[in-house]
Design a protein around this ligand. Structure first.
Ligand code: SF4
Length: 360
C-alpha cells in the first residue's frame, strides 16, 4: 500500500518504505529529480530528500525520524507525504523487501541506426528511394524530415507514398509555412499516412493547433518560430526533455543525441548532425552503411553526459537530448563551446524574454 496511515498503529511500527524500482533518483549539484519511467514523468526534489531515500530505504518511519531528530519531524512527515502522494514508495514488511529487486542499468539497441534526420530546401534533389531503402536496411525506425522552404501538400503526399510499405515506425515532419497549406490539409495527410507522428508548420503568422478532443493536439500545429536552417534546431529547452526507460538507460552509456543517429543535409552530405561541417560522403554516391563505418562517424556516440562538464552536475542529464557537439579537454572531460540555457549551479533558465514561443 502507498499510505502508511492505511495500516494499524502496530503495523505502522514495523512497515518499511521501499522506493519503486521504476523510479530513479538523479542527483544534481543544487537539486535532484525523480525520473518515473513507468509514467514518463519527472519531479524535482531537494537533495536532502534524495539523500534520505538513498540512506534509509528499507527502514521504518520511526527509524528515519530518530535519525533526523524531533526538530526535523515535520519535514520528514512532509517528505513522506510527497512520496506517498506521488506513489513513489510502498510500505512493506522486512521479508518483502527482497521481492522488489532494483532494475539493472543496461542498454542495447537491435540496429546500427535508430533514427535519422533528412533536411531539404528549394535546391534539394535527394534520391529518396535510395535513402529510405538504405535506412531501413540499417534498422532505422524513426525519421524526421525538415524543410526550410515551402513545399506543397502534393510534395509531402508523394514523399510519404515512398514510406507506405516501409518498416519505419514514425515520421516527424517540419515544414515552412505557406498560405495555401491549411490545418485541414495536414490533418488529411495525418489520417492517410499512419506513420506520421507529428507534422509541424514553422514560420506561421500565428499559432494554430487542433482541438484537444482530436487527441492530436501539438502533433499537428502551426507555430510562429522561424526555422531557417539546421542551426535553429540546436536548442535545449524544457519541452524537449524526455523521460522514458530507453533514453534513461541509453544516457548512462551513450550520447543522448548523437548515438545511432544519421543525418543528411540539404545538399545530401551524410553527417552526425546537420549543424556540423564534417561530412562522411554524399548520399548520391555513398552507401549509408559505408558512411557509418568511416573513421570518426561513431566517435560521438560514446560521449556520456556523466563525463561532460556542467551536464555531469545537472539533474536533467538522463532526459536531455542536447545536440551540441562535445569536445574533449586536456583533463579528459568533455565540454561545450556554447553554454546551455540552464545552469545546474543556480537551477535557473535563461530569461523567458530570450526564449522563443516553442521554448516556453
Ligand atoms: S546542463 Fe547539460 S544536461 Fe543540463 S539541461 Fe543543459 S545540456 Fe541538458
Amino acid at each position: 500500500m502507498h499510505k502508511l496511515s492505511n495500516y494499524t498503529p502496530k503495523e505502522q511500527a514495523i512497515k518499511r518504505f521501499l522506493f519503486f524500482a521504476e523510479c530513479f533518483l538523479v542527483k544534481g549539484v543544487l537539486r535532484s529529480a525523480i525520473y518515473d519511467v513507468s509514467r514518463d514523468t519527472y519531479r524535482l526534489i531537494p537533495n536532502h530528500l534524495l539523500e534520505m531515500i538513498e540512506q534509509f530505504e528499507g527502514k521504518t518511519l520511526a527509524e528515519v525520524k530518530a535519525f533526523y531528530g524531533a526538530e526535523n519531524e515535520a519535514i520528514v512527515d512532509k517528505y513522506f507525504a510527497f512520496l506517498e502522494q506521488g506513489e513513489y514508495i510502498l510500505w512493506c514488511d522486512e521479508a518483502e523487501l527482497a521481492l522488489f529487486p532494483k532494475i539493472d542499468l543496461v542498454w542495447d539497441y537491435p540496429a546500427q541506426i535508430s533514427n535519422a534526420i533528412i533536411d531539404i530546401d528549394n535546391n534539394t534533389d535527394h534520391p529518396f528511394s535510395k535513402i529510405f531503402t538504405e535506412l531501413e536496411q540499417l534498422g532505422c525506425k524513426h525519421l524526421q524530415i525538415r524543410s526550410f522552404s515551402t513545399q506543397t501538400v502534393a510534395y509531402w503526399d508523394n514523399l510519404l507514398q515512398h514510406l507506405k510499405n516501409s518498416r519505419f515506425q514514425s515520421v516527424d515532419i517540419l515544414t515552412k509555412y505557406d498560405a495555401v497549406i491549411s490545418l485541414e490539409m495536414i490533418k488529411m495527410l495525418y489520417e492517410k499516412y499512419l506513420r506520421i507522428h507529428s507534422f509541424i508548420v514553422h514560420s506561421a503568422p500565428e499559432y494554430v493547433y487542433p482541438a484537444t478532443e482530436d487527441n492530436i493536439t501539438h502533433k499537428l500545429a502551426f507555430v510562429k518560430d522561424v526555422i531557417q536552417d539546421a542551426q535553429n534546431c540546436k536548442k535545449i529547452q524544457k519541452g524537449y526533455f524526455q523521460v522514458n526507460m530507453q533514453l534513461f538507460m541509453e544516457a548512462h552509456y551513450h550520447h543522448t543525441y548523437f548515438n545511432r543517429k544519421l543525418c543528411i543535409d540539404t545538399n545530401g552530405a551524410i553527417k552526425n548532425c546537420n549543424t556540423l561541417s564534417e561530412s562522411f560522403g554524399n548520399v548520391k554516391d555513398t552507401l549509408l552503411k559505408d558512411a557509418i563505418e568511416q573513421d570518426g562517424f561513431q566517435a560521438l556516440w560514446h560521449v556520456k553526459k556523466e563525463e561532460t562538464k556542467v551536464c555531469q552536475d545537472c539533474e536533467f542529464r538522463y532526459m536531455c537530448v542536447d545536440a551540441r557537439k562535445p569536445l574533449k579537454g586536456d583533463d579528459g572531460l568533455f565540454y561545450h563551446e556554447t553554454p546551455c540555457p540552464y545552469d545546474p549551479c543556480t537551477a535557473k533558465w535563461m530569461e523567458v524574454t530570450e526564449m522563443t514561443e516553442l521554448e516556453r
